[in-house]
Design a protein. Sequence first.
Length: 218
Amino acid sequence: METAPPDPVPASLVVVRHPLVQHKLAILRDRGTPTKIFKELVDEIAMLMAYEATADLALDEVAVETPLERTVGHRVAGKKLTLVPILRAGLGMVEGILRLVPAARVGHIGLYRDHDTLEPVDYYFKVPGDAAERDFFVLDPMLATGGSAVSAVASLKRAGATRIKFLCLVAAPAGARRLADAHPDVTIYCASLDRELNAQGYILPGLGDAGDRLFGTR
């Protein structure tokens, strides 16, 4: 039976408890959910979570001519949002957020987890050159040990990024704490804070290997 994590939740962690997110997450977890539906659910949950995560974007006032009169509206200020999926599973979250923010740029970070050490290995990094002027969403369906997340955020900071959020579907308490300890300025958004990690570093109850389930390689 699922129980609440025994340790305090990091202050930087936001659990998106919207009923639609929780409904879709329950279907996502089901081992019988086929690849096509799994992809659609990841896409939809990412979009709903991004709605929450973009709530504090800065706005500028702009003049707008409606069919009837001139009025004042608001548009997102400054540089556009940049999405940075951690390859490969993070790719499944990109399109849903792009439908919400179609002007967002997309970077990529290539990391994989060594199955023996459970530590991340970096093999690719590409983001816009004006990182200091942008807001970044790092995307990965799973925040397990936290190694990949910590490494990805550190790479962005070395590139000059200062405004970073991390979006995942499910998080383990150990991974959330590790990311919060390493980067306390990064807000973590998840649909569920799960119970624990097993001996192989998988989240329990989790949803299995998100990459395998997204791309049909399980």
